[in-house]
Design a protein around this ligand. Sequence first.
Ligand code: NCD
Length: 314
Amino acid sequence: MKHLLSVTDLDAAAATALLDTADRLKQALLGREVRKLPTLRGRTVITMFYEDSTRTRVSFEVAGKWMSADTVNVSAKGSSVGKGESLRDTALTLAAMGADCVIVRHPASGAAHRLAAWADRDRAATGTDTCIVNAGDGTHEHPTQALLDAATLRDRLGSVAGRRIGIVGDVLHSRVARSNVFLLATLGADVVLVAPPTLLPVGVQQWPCRISHEIDAELSTLDAVMTLRVQAERMRGAFFPSAREYAIGYGLSDERAAALPQHAVVLHPGPMVRGMEIAPSVADSARSAILAQVRNGVHVRMAVLYHLLAGAPE
Ligand code: NCD
């Protein structure tokens, strides 16, 4: 694996290998007073975030630090991006400073792919070797989020294969939904997208999943339900009448959570808008794995850095 740009770069064996490495790293750190492995000592990992983030950015930084990499964070605000520097020049500058890995979040779909193409060209021309990780590009993909969701489902349900997972809400603007549909299908899950027609992207019929507009018709058959944030910052125009009507139509209320099977798990990638897509009582309930997702995120990102920078273990 040279870069991690899309979950479609991963077949079932490669995805499972990453999840297994994440499990091993988690075990290796369990109960340790000093959470530090020497694996990536001397390696430089740079996060480059052109969009707001709490968990993804911090999680990559913590993952790098727990493996002894030198981690540096660049955000668009406060960098030369504000002076008009292009994505390419910023990335080449970071590569010239010896970045072994650049982790990028950008509002443009495809930004990480562009960076990877430039990095490969630069590798041939200058001998520098920088791998690129997509930490969310526009409405396109967020591969490490899908991997940490799969890790959490494996923990909670014992397996992903054969499980029915519902992904509910603003699929149109969600890179999390797209990455999850493709990764979970690769891992053998049966995925159903539940959304109003206005919040589904063109071409969704070609995705490896089923589509439903009726949350209440799906709940009793789900092993897990993942609610998505309504991504208002990406919306140009009105996609539903009001927040209240959205919550009535698609929000995961107490009544809806009660209709899930006893063992079913509730996921949310965060940040949550409590009371809109999910009731606070459901987010805080025993079936919620939302904080487990955050914890697994660090181990999954350690695994990604490990496979990219040190090579996948045999
Ligand atoms: C998501 C994102 O940024 O795509 N957040 C995250 O990384 N955990 C989802 C969102 O912003 O709603």
